[in-house]
Design a protein around this ligand. Structure first.
Ligand code: DGL
Length: 259
């Protein structure tokens, strides 16, 4: 069973930021990545819609014999992971905004969080925030439009810079020293954010933590692939293949699939 692939899905290309961390930590694991770009952004959908889309993607990954699922999407995790874990008899790893480490480390007692509407309005996000941010000012900002620009290959556009400037302004006014990226698309905006933010503000996301958690859960279930051969890396997109390809190394093949 350990040779079976890890299944990963996101509302589009953003989850590749998580796939990269996984592939770095677990370079021998076979993986299948689903970019559900046709249905992006998940962040503007209802909880019921997000649950239905997550199930559709997991069903496809299970039909391809995956041994574990990584929900590489904060929006899907915060809205659906509890139900998904109740529904499927397979380990499911989720991703949540790294609000806890930010709140524990902030010196200015103010942290910013940039995430989708779906994540920021979810019960799970509020629970985590209430639990760990006592005495810390949390500046929540919906990144409206950012995912659409990334999905259409406009990471380095003027529109992107204008939106980012607008979204970080209230955080700068509140003197945050941490910016939490609560959407797996956003790590692709780090180069731009570094240009816009004062040097003392730290940017954090949950990618590395998700990879470590995946490794731990695989170990716990005796599912780690100990073979040392080149892994089989499959990528499927139901949207624009070129945009997905632009975020991956040249030697990776992507297949269009209408799922
Ligand atoms: N990449 C996703 C996330 O982590 C979803 C963004 C979206 O589709 O709205 O939240």
């Amino acid at each position: 069973m350990s040779k079976q692939p890890i299944g990963i899905f996101d509302s589009g290309v953003g989850g590749t930021s998580i796939w990269k961390e996984l592939n770095l930590l677990l370079p021998h694991e076979n993986t299948i990545y689903l970019a559900d770009s046709k249905n992006a952004p998940f962040g503007e959908k209802t909880k019921e819609e997000i649950i239905a889309l997550s199930k559709k993607n997991i069903d496809l990954l299970l039909s391809k014999n995956c041994k574990l699922i990584v929900v590489a999407c904060n929006t899907a995790t915060t809205n659906a992971v509890k139900l998904l874990r109740e529904t499927y008899n397979i380990p499911i790893i989720g991703i949540e905004p790294a609000i806890k480490p930010a709140a524990l480390q902030t010196k200015t007692k103010a942290v910013g969080i940039l995430a989708t509407k779906g994540t920021l309005s979810s019960e799970l996000f509020h629970k985590t925030t209430d639990l760990f941010t006592n005495g810390v000012d949390v500046i929540e900002q919906v990144g409206e439009g950012l995912v659409q620009l990334i999905e259409t290959g406009m990471i380095n556009s003027q529109e992107m810079t204008s939106l980012l400037k607008m979204y970080i302004k209230p955080m700068l006014d509140a003197n945050v020293d941490y910016l939490v990226l609560g959407c797996t698309h956003y790590p692709y905006l780090i180069p731009q954010l570094l240009e816009l933010l004062p040097k003392h503000i730290k940017i954090i996301d949950s990618g590395e933590a998700v990879a470590r958690q995946t490794q731990a859960v695989l170990k716990q279930h005796a599912l780690l692939n100990n073979a040392k051969n080149k892994p089989n890396l499959q990528f499927y997109s139901n949207g624009n293949i070129e945009v997905l390809a632009s975020l991956l190394e040249n030697n990776i093949t992507i297949e269009y699939l209408d799922f």
